[in-house]
Every structure is written in structure tokens, then in C-alpha cells.
Design a protein around this ligand. Sequence first.
Ligand code: GLU
Length: 284
Amino acid sequence: MPARFAPSPTGWLHLGHAYAALFAWRQAMETDGRFLVRLEDIDTTRARPEYETALFEDLAWLGVKWEEPVRRQSAHFADYQAALDQLAARELLYPCFCTRREIQEEIARAANAPHGPDGALYPGTCRDLEENERARRIASGQPYALRLHMSRALAAAAPEMKWQDLDHGIHTATPEIFGDVVLARKDTPASYHLAVVVDDALQGITHVTRGADLLPATHLHRLLIALLGLPVPLWRHHRLITDAQGRRLAKRDDARSLRQLRAQGWTPADVCRALDLPPARDSA
Ligand code: GLU
């Protein structure tokens, strides 16, 4: 019954990551002790090897132990493609040729554009393009993303999908809040939402722990799980760590990075104290 910590190697780990890692570690210790780390590095333009090296150093310093080999998303695009093929075969995807700017302009024209967790919903410009127009644009080399046809996807899934957060109870999935979400980007043949669902299933993750900022995303993940016929895990969305002004820590806040704190003489026990958590080694 493994749990996992799934950082993106796009910056130094900070206290917020330490909390997420220790939370997942404690979850693993409460179940069967299996703790996995996954590198969410599909955004190959932002991921950097030095962040990756630092991330493992920081985790080891914190006192958590993970199973090897670590799964690296950038090595598994074929798995995400297989999932996309499965959805495409059921006509649940369509190519979207819009640029970011075209989408913004279209949204600005609409009086009351609906908004979801990631901002304004896609207005559907490419949803009903004629098949030969699609083929023409693809043949001419126009770049495209793949979007989920949300209304068809909802019709294809069970009418009421439930998911459970061990701390926040049972939810009925409302994936429509995301609209026709992108599942494969123009520059990356997968999206976070697709890759995370595929990977959690392939890695046999039974307890998905992550920050409360991603709770809305779970509604969408539950739909993708249903469409792809994957096992449904349990979730725990934990509190977010903030700075003295109550703002969520971000990767650019170098001052709270674990390596900075370590350089200032902090110990792993100091980190746990600051996060109001018992030390990792004690839970082993
Ligand atoms: N890679 C994501 C992040 O760094 C974690 C997503 C997840 O745990 O599902 O926020």
C-alpha cells in the first residue's frame, strides 16, 4: 500500500516540500512502509539535473528512505501516449490548434466566461471543427494540443463518481469544473493531470497525498481513472505551508529552501519542529 512524494525538479525544495515529503512518508509508515519518490519532470524545459541531485540530498538529510528505482516521468512518454490512444479510440479527445492569445481573446469577447480551478475554461473553439479541416491543419504541420471532450467524457463515465479523502470525507466528482482540459500539450506529449493518474496506477499507489491546492484536480483525476479503467486510490490533501505573511511558499523563495536552512545550521529536527511534525526517523 505505497504512498509517494512527487516533486518537480524545477527548483530547490523548501519547507512546503519538506512537509509534503514527510506527510507522505508518515502515511507510508502508517500502512505498509512503502514510500516512493517520483520525478515529475515532463516539463523538460524547466527541469534541471542540479535540482534533481539536490532534491535527493535534501530528502536523505530529512531522514526519509525511498524505494529504488525512482520513476522519472520523462522516461515514460509511451505510457502516457497509450492512455491518450485509449481515450482517442473512444473519441474523447480532440486536437486544439488555438494559441494562448487566441483563447484569451475569445474569452475576453464572452460576457461571462466560466472559470474553473485553473482559470477561465476553454471556450470550445476547436471542439466542433470539421474532420477534414482538422486533417488539413494537422497535415500542414500546425501544432496542436489534445483536449478532453468533457461532455462526451462525462457521458462515457459512470453517472456518479465518488472519491474519498481520508481527512475531508467522501466527494462526488465534479470534473466539469475544468471544462475541456488539455491532456497533451503542444510542446509536451502529456499533461500533469494525465501523467499523475497513469503513474499512480502503474506504481500501485494506494494513498495519494498532496497539498490542498490540488484538491480540485482530484475531481478531474477521478474521471480520468474511470475512463482509463484504473484502480481508485484514497487521497489525503494536506495543509499548505505559508510564510510569515501567510503566503504560500514558492520555489522562488530561496530563503526557505532546505539547503539554505541547512547552511544556516538547521537540523532535520528543526525542520520538523517548524512544521509541527514528529521527526521522520521516529516514525520508522
Ligand atoms: N508534482 C506536483 C507538485 O510538485 C505534485 C503532484 C501530486 O502530488 O499529485 O506539486
